[in-house]
Design a protein around this ligand. Structure first.
Ligand code: APR
Length: 315
């Protein structure tokens, strides 16, 4: 099986299963390693019957984690517990922080050069957690660690095109900042092709994009958070990483180590992806007054989420 290896950690989950399906039918992938603490043989047997080239293998439990990771070019992590109604993303912190730390320990030992795409929330903290683990093992490369914020972009593009009647397949909306609540900053002034929003449209649309995760949590009424749209977004981001790896430069928004905004160590902006991961941080572009205000409101929460993640690993 020629082509890159992708390891999916948390492959039996609400996100993991549809993400595994989308990765299985991605023609750019040679090998797909499905890892979870439970249930991977069933998912792998099921997916392996699809007549697409990727070879699918199951790995179950910590004793098989190393084998799942060996030779991986990209590691995608949706392992964790999802948000339930009444829970904020931060309520998940302790459980998910420990899961991401332990999985990244294994990545640092087994495939330290892999790109690591983290879906597990709170992403604003789990990306710093992963980074601290890699630092501890002296294999830290900030160009290779990504918080997947693609769902915020996907949602913004869906909502804007529905509202304005534009062709959704051609509508692009950069979303910067982080991946929770007020840290999610859609740049409606930079929508392409350009559309005009009235003042009375900008605020509610911005808030809808920021709270879109809650719409899904409430509609699912106790059954979890976004899984299908998240899987779609995750596959889009992994595919961009794989194309970048092949030398086809890609532009995506992602939450990475960045100096785009003073005072916060990790920040999402459009970035250029290539063979080394982050090739260039493209930055925020020109913000209007409203967007500048959104960035200012996001900074304290970003700072404290980052600090919380760093402390979790250091303690
Ligand atoms: N290693 C590997 N997999 C694990 C581990 C672990 N240590 N702990 C839990 N898992 C697996 C579970 O067995 C389950 O299959 O992670 C999967 C999580 O699936 P769900 O509970 O269905 O959660 P999901 O909706 O997929 O969300 C997972 O992604 O977007 C985030 O906020 C979301 O943090 C949550 C995560």
């Amino acid at each position: 099986h020629s082509g890159p290896k992708v390891a999916l950690l948390g492959a039996n989950g609400g996100i993991g299963q549809p993400l595994g399906l989308l990765l299985k039918i991605n023609p750019n992938i040679g090998r797909l390693a499905l890892y979870d603490i439970v249930g991977t043989p069933g998912v792998a047997a099921d997916l392996s019957h699809i007549d697409s080239p990727a070879e699918v293998k199951a790995f179950t439990g910590p004793q098989e984690l190393q084998k799942a990771l060996e030779g991986a070019d990209v590691v995608v992590i949706p392992a964790g517990v999802p948000r339930k109604p009444g829970m904020t993303r931060d309520d998940l912190f302790n459980t998910n922080a420990g899961i991401v730390r332990d999985l990244c320990e294994a990545v640092a030992k087994t495939c330290p050069k892999a790109f690591v795409a983290i879906i597990t929330n709170p992403v604003n903290s789990t990306v710093p957690i992963a980074s601290e683990v890699f630092k501890k093992h002296n294999v830290y490369d900030p160009k290779r660690i990504f918080g997947v914020t693609t769902l915020d972009v996907v949602r913004a593009q869906a909502f804007v095109s529905t509202m304005k009647g534009t062709d959704v397949s051609k509508t692009t909306v950069p979303v910067i900042g982080g991946h929770a609540g007020v840290t999610i900053i859609p740049l409606l002034s930079q929508v392409k092709p350009s559309v005009k929003f009235s003042d009375s449209e900008v605020k509610p649309l911005t808030e809808r994009i920021q709270d879109a995760g809650t719409e899904v949590v409430q509609a699912k009424a106790g059954a979890g958070s976004a899984t299908l749209s998240m899987a779609f977004a995750g596959e889009r981001f992994v595919n961009a990483l794989l194309k970048g790896l092949k030398g086809e430069k890609q532009v995506q928004c992602a939450y990475v180590k960045s100096d785009a905004v003073q005072g916060v160590e990790y920040f999402s902006t459009p970035i250029e992806l290539g063979p080394n991961g982050v090739e260039k941080i493209l930055g925020t572009g020109t913000l209007n007054a409203f967007e500048k205000q959104l960035v200012q409101s996001a900074i304290p929460e970003l700072k404290s989420s980052i600090e919380k993640g760093v402390k979790f690993v250091k303690k």
